[in-house]
Ligand binder design. Structure first.
Ligand SMILES: CC(C)(COP(=O)(O)OP(=O)(O)OC[C@H]1O[C@@H](n2cnc3c(N)ncnc32)[C@H](O)[C@@H]1OP(=O)(O)O)[C@@H](O)C(=O)NCCC(=O)NCCS
Length: 384
């Protein structure tokens, strides 16, 4: 395999977009290509994530993005892996570049559902669960993650304040991130006073419905003699799957696909969790951040919520987690989310995260889950 780098990155501000997903994807893709010091014609393959294009009456968006970039002849494919779609696209780009099938590849994820109300957006999202056994019987993602949160609380005795500390931390980080949907801090009082959405999860335990777009350029080291930015060396690009339905899982105290993807990633990178400086993890609900930190191997089972409440995962703590604000507060435009996590790593490493810098940025891990864990991607990056 060839040494493979992320050499350019761009994102818009998450929240409500006036552009369509296609327009936003094309614009951030061009920004990422220019950021890498490349021209569109140097892109050998485009990997697109746009799960809910049908909500905008648009499928097969890859060729349209390439047309907009002036490279209609370049192959493209749209990947769907629920909330982990653009990290799946990054994995495919990595495989192409590391395997020598392209010198440079574009990864772009975009989603727009902001024109729908909460009920319609919730219904669209819920089709990423098992329609026959979960969705048709009324399951929604807040409900499914509330089931995980209740199971965890009953065994490990988490308090509302422990989950609240994660929401407060991620809002504080997002308040310093110009790409974030919510750029406001919240207090414990605000958290505790917020309405229950699906017990025990409150409003501030949930990620919002966000529109957004994020793009990355992945290139072979040998094709980039003079990179314009400090590249991210892709040390590992691993994916895993697991049983999707809650009723068929051996327990509800973690996500097996995170454990499997993490084990594969640390093996590929020949690294251990102790060597990672900071993380962007999939915190679609605060409980998801707790499960991620344990399943990735950073904390023993049953301890991550308390460690978070003790400040260990704060931006200036021992292990900064979600300096971007995470899905919780930076936002969760489903198909842009995985690429957007890597944009944060790129900005941290390139000194483009003023006001929210982590103390050490030599190595980083990104973790992106599809739905309630049917799929998962883990990437590990380091400086050269
Ligand atoms: C939590 C949730 C139900 C709230 O929706 P809602 O009750 O219809 O809220 P609204 O859109 O009417 O917004 C009401 C207010 O709360 C804010 N808000 C909405 N969702 C929020 C969230 N998740 N966190 C913080 N604030 C939120 C809005 O900005 C708005 O604030 P304002 O009055 O100051 O303008 C919705 O955001 C949700 O379902 N989130 C989860 C999305 C999801 O499942 N994603 C997939 C994960 S796998």
């Amino acid at each position: 395999m060839r040494e493979t780098w992320v050499v350019g990155a761009a994102s818009n501000r998450y929240g409500k977009m006036t552009e369509t997903a296609r327009e936003a994807a094309t614009r951030v893709a061009l920004e990422a290509i220019r950021d890498a010091g490349l021209e569109p014609k140097q892109i050998g393959h485009t990997f697109v994530a746009n799960c809910f294009g049908l909500a905008e009456h648009q499928a097969h968006v890859g060729p349209l993005i390439n047309n907009g970039l002036g490279i209609p002849e370049v192959p493209s494919v749209t990947l769907e892996s629920a909330c982990s779609s653009s990290s799946a696209a990054l994995h495919e780009a990595f495989v192409h570049v590391a395997g020598g099938f392209a010198d440079a590849a574009l990864v772009v994820g975009a989603e727009r559902l902001g024109h729908l109300d909460t009920l319609a957006a919730t219904s669209y999202f819920a089709i990423a669960a098992d329609y026959a056994f979960e969705t048709k019987n009324g399951a929604t993602f807040p409900g499914l993650y509330a089931t995980l949160a209740s199971a965890y609380r009953d065994v490990y005795k988490t308090t509302p304040e422990m989950l609240g500390s994660i929401a407060i931390k991620n809002h504080a980080n997002a308040a310093r991130n110009p790409h974030a949907h919510f750029q406001k801090e919240i207090s414990m009082e605000t958290y505790l006073a917020s309405p229950l959405i699906a017990s025990p999860l409150r409003l501030y335990d949930c990620c919002p419905f966000s529109d957004g777009a994020a793009a990355l350029v992945v290139a072979a080291k040998e094709a980039m003699p003079r990179p314009t930015n400090e590249p991210l060396v892709v040390r590992a690009s691993a994916r895993a799957g697991a049983v999707t339905d809650m009723q068929d899982r051996p327990d509800l105290l973690g996500l097996p696909s995170t454990r499997a993807a993490a084990a594969a990633a640390f093996r590929q990178a020949r690294m251990t969790p102790k060597e990672i400086d900071f993380l962007e993890v999939h915190d679609c609900f605060t409980i998801a951040e707790v499960l991620a930190l344990e399943d990735l191997g950073f904390f023993p089972k049953g301890t991550a919520a308390k460690e978070s409440a003790d400040g260990v995962t704060a931006r200036d703590g021992r292990l900064p987690v979600n300096p971007s604000g995470g899905l919780k507060a930076k936002g969760h435009p489903v198909s842009a989310t995985g690429a957007g996590q890597v944009v944060e790593v790129f900005e941290q490493v390139n000194g483009r995260a003023p006001g929210r810098e982590v103390p050490r940025s030599g190595t980083a891990l990104t973790h992106n889950v599809g739905a309630t864990g049917g799929s998962c991607s883990v990437h590990i990056f380091s400086r050269r």
